[in-house]
Design a binder for this molecule. Structure first.
Ligand SMILES: [Zn+2]
Length: 289
């Protein structure tokens, strides 16, 4: 089953482990964003994969909102998720419009650079926490792990596998999130990491076992596996015509007046989901008042 988070306790309840196969979700968002460049697909795919899995650690009205800023601060990535597994994310306009020669040749490591930062806002409306960390690993996934190790003061490991075919098509995407529970031996985190890195095939196929022998399958690589629950992840933008109407204010008055005199409609596209909203004459007129 795709887009399902499996929540487990492993190693005699010493480690909380979450797993998700989010191939379908990542594919949907990459298609909506019409991204064709491989490095951009990789950046958004990895970020969304991790953020979607973190939704499984949230409760009630909690949400996580992550902003990644590259060494060149005009390049940014956004992703957020809530406890219901609603996930969205996008690359900012500068990154989407980055010069072709640069973006087709740059490596992820180089693009993030030595001054990349991650800013995370986590919590509920009443109780929010903002944290900022650097990106010493320059590969997104280990950098987000690094953030959790610092902010939660708990040994955390996040792993994500994402694979693209030669034609640029997304082949698979999955991720694990592991956190030590109080009193657990420290070495167990390294063991989870080792298992995830050396059994890629098993984790790619794991989706076929969800709801059907998942405990047995995970027991091939971990001991004392207990599945404690499932949750889903799905793309959800939450934009509305009203929100986009607000953005029309940024158009200059001449453009608006011209649209009126030419009896034109104005179309705006949501940057996150690609949905198009059309505004008619009376709505444009409303902006000129
Ligand atoms: Zn939208």
């Amino acid at each position: 089953m795709e887009n399902t988070i499996v929540k487990t306790l492993i190693f005699d309840k010493h480690v909380r482990l979450l797993f998700v196969d989010n191939t379908k979700l990542i594919n949907e968002i990459l298609s909506l964003n019409k991204i064709t460049n491989k490095i951009l697909k990789l950046i958004l795919g990895k970020t969304l994969s991790v953020v979607s899995l973190i939704s499984g650690t949230l409760k009630g009205d909690q949400r996580i909102s992550l902003q990644m800023i590259m060494s060149d601060p005009k390049y940014k990535v956004f992703a957020d998720a809530d406890a219901q597994g609603n996930v969205r994310g996008y690359l900012n306009g500068e990154l989407l419009k980055a010069p072709f020669d640069f973006i087709t040749n740059v490596s992820l490591d180089h693009l993030i650079g030595h001054k990349g930062t991650i800013r995370v806002i986590k919590g509920s409306a009443m109780n929010q926490f903002t944290g900022i960390t650097d990106m010493p690993y320059r590969n997104i996934v280990d950098d987000i792990s690094h953030y959790f190790n610092q902010s939660d003061q708990t040994q955390t490991y996040i792993g994500a596998n994402i694979g693209f075919g030669n034609d640029g098509r997304l082949l698979f995407s999955n991720a694990v999130f592991a956190q030590l529970l109080p009193g657990a031996p420290l070495g167990l985190i390294d063991e989870v990491k080792h298992v995830f890195n050396t059994n890629q095939e098993l984790f790619i196929n794991l989706r076929n076992f969800i709801g059907n022998n998942i405990e047995e399958k995970l027991s091939e690589v971990f001991t004392d596996v207990n599945v404690i629950g499932y949750s889903s992840v799905q793309f959800f933008c939450g934009c509305s015509k009203e929100m986009l109407y607000g953005m029309l204010h940024s158009l200059n008055k001449n453009d608006l007046e011209q649209a009126i005199s030419n009896k034109e409609l104005i179309e705006t596209v949501c940057q996150i989901c690609g949905r198009t909203y059309t505004f008619g004459q009376s709505e444009i007129q409303g902006l000129l008042k």
